[in-house]
Design a protein around this ligand. Structure first.
Ligand code: MTE
Length: 323
């Protein structure tokens, strides 16, 4: 597993050797747009189980009110760039999974909320999303591969969902699980990965203001390649913690092991807090490439959110913060 993993796209060494690939990739994307390869309708439509396209039943919720507390010192990554540079291993290990990800069937979509809660429930996404006021937040997104974007996500704080779930006192972690459907998602036939994709946070992290359930982006329902119909975003952690296309949210006592940690625990730790001083075993985390400008900028502790989240980790040393 390790040797295969070393050849995968998270292997930053290759990109560092040819940094212009990011730039070239961007030009290819923009060219594709000019040629009309992607239609706006294609981005906003929903697949029925039969695979036909129909209007998204949640489209009326967007644009969601902008929350002025989440503004940034950086420009927003243009949608056409973000929409074509993704990590979604269920649809392949490359960045250009956009087309394959359109196979993701996002209706019907139910989410099970179970484990150590007062009353386990299974709820349709279309009902869940209307239980909370939606808002738009501008968030930094820093991948462990040392690239970054700035994204206008829409959604609601994870803590609202935690409150709705009413976890028992014995619940210490929240575990998230993605769909499992190897017929639809060809990447799940790759037996080298321990599918389905799983991630987890502590209850305290889940209750933090910044932890966000994303249901929209760029003023419309979130696109399939970003993890429709709902995903997590934890802006102070490396991107692999922000699990896409969530099917199950479980409250548990034991610390769950996520897909990347299971695959390579010495490289992808449970905490995965962005920390420029703790290098990944195979590359530095001191700098990051801003995908839409090509600039190399210094990475900040907790991805620039230290004032907000450092208190969650009082007493932990820098190395522990990452692993
Ligand atoms: N969630 C699932 N289910 N599958 C994945 O492969 N990749 C993760 C995370 N969530 C991933 C996932 C990684 S490595 C990153 S950096 C982000 O999603 C990428 O999100 P984006 O494609 O919207 O930028």
């Amino acid at each position: 597993m390790v040797s295969i993993h070393r050849r995968r796209s998270w292997a930053i060494d290759e990109r560092q050797a040819t940094p212009e690939r990011v730039y070239l990739d961007r030009r290819r994307i923009l060219k594709g747009f000019g040629l009309g390869i992607v239609s706006a309708a294609g981005l906003a439509a929903v697949s029925t189980p039969a695979g036909s396209q129909e209007a998204d039943p949640t489209a009326d919720l967007y644009p969601a009110t902008k929350n002025p507390a989440y503004v940034l010192d950086r420009s927003v990554t243009p949608e056409e760039i973000n929409a074509h540079y993704n990590n979604f291993y269920e649809f392949g290990t490359q960045k250009d999974i956009f087309e394959d990800a359109q196979k993701l069937r996002i209706r019907p979509w139910e989410i099970a909320i179970d484990g150590l809660v007062e009353t386990p429930v299974t709820i349709a996404f279309d009902d869940l999303v209307r239980k909370f006021p939606l808002e738009t937040r501008l968030y930094r997104h820093r991948c462990v591969e040392a690239w970054s974007m700035t994204i206008p996500w829409a959604g609601f704080p994870l803590k609202a969902l935690v409150a709705m779930a009413k976890p028992l006192a014995s619940a210490k972690f929240v575990r998230f699980e993605t769909f499992m459907d190897p017929e639809m998602a060809s990447g799940q036939n790759n037996f080298l990965y321990p599918w389905p994709f799983i991630e987890a946070v502590t209850i305290a992290e889940a209750a933090h203001d910044l932890a966000f359930i994303v249901t929209g982006a760029y003023d419309k329902p979130v696109a399939r390649q970003h993890g429709a119909p709902l995903r997590l975003h934890l802006p102070w952690k490396y991107g692999f913690k922000s699990i896409k296309s969530i099917r199950k949210i479980s409250f548990v006592e034991e610390r769950p092991v996520g897909l990347w940690e299971a695959l390579q625990p010495s490289e992808y730790g449970f905490w995965a807090n962005v920390n420029p001083d703790v290098p990944h075993p195979r590359w530095s985390q001191a700098m990051e490439r801003v995908i839409h400008t090509g600039e190399l900028v210094p990475t900040q502790l907790f991805n620039g959110y230290a004032a907000e989240v450092a208190g969650l980790y009082t007493g932990m040393d820098a190395a522990t913060l990452y692993m």
